[in-house]
Design a protein. Structure first.
Ligand code: F6R
Length: 366
């Protein structure tokens, strides 16, 4: 059942080229200019008219929601707020009938997310579910939705569900942008083609496994990790830190790289590993300065960079090169080495990676 892999988590990490492809199947055919999500079609007018999107989710799904915020705002020019379902539901939030609420959940059973959409529904908002489990409670409670076709995710730490969520949300943002006319046609076409190339790039990124094992061996005994990213890679930093915490029990924090100087920089010394996701994008120069700030304080830098980067390798202790991609699509690739890093560190520490202590695959308590 683990298909020759030692753990479900590793199997699921390696399934991602396939699960991403499955999540696009029938929805995107770039050379035919076909981009269609069945679930959105009926609600297309609502999305076109929406003056706000609220995203509710928990954990890793909330991180996918953060990526979606960047995507919907950049492509479709709709303001987005990303909410922890557990905070949203208890704070008497402002919800309007014109709001579209996107609920993201792998299991479709997360109690807080379900309660958040029930609340939003009672205020007349339109609920759109992005779930992996077919027929789950959240899928059923939604007005419409799009399934992620990641297949069953058994490992408690979410991996392929995250990339499937980001895939579906990217297609949704592109489709809404097309309908709203908020994106240049050439960029839209280019992104459609690039989306189709993502599975092959993820396959490439998976080849980094041996190198990442070596890095894991170097850092497996440290007590703390910091993860930094900017822009589209900021949610990836949060996700990398969460993956490490939950399966290896090493304390880790994800931060927007520019926020470091407002506090966390005080933590940096020669013992602090800092994973910086610094792919070539519009904030590249800025993140290079952030790397310099870490280096000046002797932090141990592990950098995720774009293939061929010739600047950061001189500054970092370890460099992991991932294939180049449009910055809006990079999370699908840059998250892969972080999943592998946490997996290998956890295995080397003798942790039960598929069933970490105190965690459950679906959190049906509030
Ligand atoms: C992290 C993880 C959890 C879930 C969270 C939401 O690896 O597994 O943080 O992402 O409990 O679960 P779903 O997506 O099922 O609503």
């Amino acid at each position: 059942e683990k298909g020759g892999y030692e753990h479900f988590m590793l199997k699921e990490i390696f399934e991602q080229p396939r699960s991403i492809m499955d999540s696009m199947r029938g929805r995107l055919i770039a050379d035919q200019n076909h981009l269609m999500m069945g679930g959105i079609r009926e609600y297309a007018n609502k999305f076109v008219a929406a003056d706000r999107i609220l995203i509710v989710a928990c954990g890793t799904s909330w991180h996918a929601g953060l990526v979606a915020e960047y995507l919907f705002e950049e492509f479709a020019r709709i303001p987005v707020e990303v909410e922890y379902a557990s905070e949203f539901r208890y704070r008497n939030p402002v919800i309007r009938e014109s709001d579209i609420v996107i609920a993201i959940s792998q299991s479709g059973e997360t109690a807080d997310t379900l309660a958040a959409i029930e609340l939003a529904k009672s205020k007349g908002a339109t609920i759109f579910g992005v779930c992996n489990v077919v027929g789950s409670s959240i899928a059923r409670a939604s007005d419409a939705g799009a399934y992620t076709h990641a297949g069953p995710e058994i490992g408690v730490a979410s991996t392929k569900a995250f990339t499937a969520q980001v895939t579906v949300l990217t297609l949704m943002a592109l489709m809404v942008a097309e309908k709203r006319g908020t994106m240049e046609n050439s960029r839209l076409r280019q992104l459609m083609v690039e989306m189709e190339n993502i599975p092959a790039k993820v396959e490439q990124a998976l080849k980094l496994d041996a190198k990442i094992q070596h890095i894991a061996d170097v850092f497996k005994d440290v007590p703390n990790f910091l993860y930094l990213g900017r822009g589209y890679n900021f949610p990836v930093a949060l996700e990398g830190a969460l993956k490490l915490k939950e399966i290896s029990y090493i304390h880790a924090e994800g931060y927007p790289a520019a926020e470091m100087k407002h506090g966390p920089i005080a933590l940096i010394d020669e013992n602090m590993p800092v994973v910086v996701i610094a792919t070539k994008d519009s904030s590249y120069e800025k993140i290079v300065s952030n790397i310099q700030e870490v280096k000046a304080r002797k932090g141990r830098i592990i950098a995720i960079v774009t293939e061929g980067d010739d600047v950061i390798p001189d500054m970092a202790e370890f460099v992991i090169e991932v294939p180049a991609a449009d910055e809006a699509l990079v999370p699908l690739i840059s998250v892969i080495p972080l999943q592998l890093l946490s997996y290998h560190i956890a295995v080397m520490r003798g942790c039960n990676v598929d069933q970490p202590r105190n965690l459950a695959k679906s959190v049906t308590v509030e």
